[in-house]
Write a protein that binds this ligand. Structure first.
Ligand code: ZN
Length: 421
């Protein structure tokens, strides 16, 4: 139905200048776009909703039948990281090894860019980024001609319900299936929650232990239930110390223990699914670069936004195709060995954002820089110096960032003294 499965080549990158097409053709082949509508993070809650009887949703993932479903979203747990560090997750490692039943995919694709605001919005709404419009950590709001943050520093001039107007899966299930979000208390009424995950009963708990308890309680409270459990700790450890750090290992051990507890305390007929919003790549300090120091990399650029591994560059009003192509050439000359550089049209036509509605187009940069190697690009005229200290990073479309696990965790029954299944 859509051309999403086709690799990007100069020949099918329509709607761009010949020069831009040639620039793209000279680069290493881009990864295919995310498997939207087949095996992406945006297909998970909608498949769960279909399993729970919602007529408007389709179970595209082929999830097994269950009256209760718990979706655990582990921020930053890439599929390859879990495989590599499985020694620190004895419970999840066993689940991985035993997981042979059912036809559902074991790997999902994060949305693009591979960042929390974008992937969680796809999860919450079942929509591709080009529809829900949360197309980065921060992006241009064309209406205000201003870069706005879509996560923790939400801009007061942006109404979450207008920016992301589609009903969430929780809203679609209202009146038929009780839905609960279990997350940190500070996210109860955050603009990000209102934009992408509105419409469920919210249970806030600070410690991961308390969140597991709250999830098990919510699952047991009604005969039919959809519970969304958000796990923040791993991503935090990865950003501060890297995924290759003892701190990250400890966070993984804590997750492992929490999942073991959830498996022991959830009602027997619960389908527990673990996934993530994106993976992570460690970027050494020497590879975190301030591109704004090079005038040719910001020539004719009015705004910069995005993540250091997926930069949005927005051109001045009245910019020409030739000016844009010169900018791309400058980036390729300096960083072409480390990153892909493409126009908005090339990324859109290739299906990276899914189908893009008109209102969302202007939020996407005219030129996009996608990190391919362990590198991160900063505009230090704009971002805080502390941003340079971030070790684990994500946003681009490499395998390590885009591939996340879909793990089915079997309910093991009550722990000591409790009833066995
Ligand atoms: Zn993150």
């Amino acid at each position: 139905m859509h051309g999403w499965a086709a690799p990007i080549t100069a020949a099918n990158a329509v709607g761009v200048s010949e020069a831009a097409g040639a620039l793209l053709a000279g680069q290493p082949e881009l990864p295919r776009p995310p498997s939207y509508g087949k095996a992406s993070i945006g297909d998970l809650l909608s498949s769960a909703a279909a399993v729970l009887g919602h007529a408007g949703s389709r179970n595209v993932l082929g999830l097994p039948a269950a009256p209760r479903i718990c979706v655990v979203l582990v921020d930053g747990l890439g599929k390859s990281l879990l495989a590599k560090r499985a020694a620190h997750a004895p419970f999840l490692r066993t689940v991985l090894a035993d997981d042979s039943g059912g036809s559902h995919p074991r790997t999902l694709h994060a949305a693009f860019p591979s960042t929390t605001a974008t992937s969680l919005s796809s999860l919450g709404t079942g929509q591709v980024p080009g529809q829900h419009g949360m197309v980065g950590y921060d992006v241009l709001d064309p209406g205000q001609d201003k870069v706005v943050n879509l996560l923790g520093n939400w801009d007061g001039g942006v109404d979450p319900l207008r920016w992301q107007p589609f009903p969430t899966i929780f809203e679609q299930l209202a009146g038929s299936v009780p839905t609960t979000t279990v997350s940190l208390p500070k996210f109860a009424d955050s603009p990000m929650t209102r934009a992408a995950l509105r419409g469920s009963e919210f249970r806030g708990a600070t410690s991961s232990h308390a969140r597991v308890e709250a999830a098990a309680e919510a699952l047991a409270a009604t005969p039919k239930a959809l519970v969304y459990l958000y796990w923040s700790e791993l991503d935090k450890a990865g950003h501060s110390h890297g995924a290759d750090s003892p701190q990250w290992e400890r966070a993984l051990e804590e997750l492992d223990a929490g999942m073991k507890r959830l498996a022991a305390t959830a009602p027997a007929n619960t389908l527990i699914l673990l996934t993530a919003d994106h993976g992570m790549v460690d970027v050494p300090r020497s590879a975190r670069v301030d591109y704004s120091q090079h005038p040719e990399l910001v020539a004719g650029v009015r705004h910069t936004a995005g993540e250091p591994r997926m930069v949005h560059l927005y051109l001045d009003d009245g910019a020409t195709a030739a000016g844009r192509d010169a900018l791309m050439s400058a980036w390729l000359e300096r960083y072409g060995k480390l990153a892909w550089v493409l126009t908005r049209d090339q990324a859109v036509d290739a299906g990276y954002f899914g189908e893009v509605r008109d209102e969302v187009r202007g939020r996407i940069g005219d030129v996009l820089v996608l990190a391919r190697e362990s590198v991160a690009f900063y505009d230090m005229r704009r971002v805080r110096p502390q941003a340079m200290e971030v070790v684990g990073q994500h946003g681009s479309i490499t395998k390590a960032e885009r591939e996340v696990p879909l793990l089915r965790i079997p309910v093991t029954g009550k722990p000591a003294g409790g009833r066995r299944r």
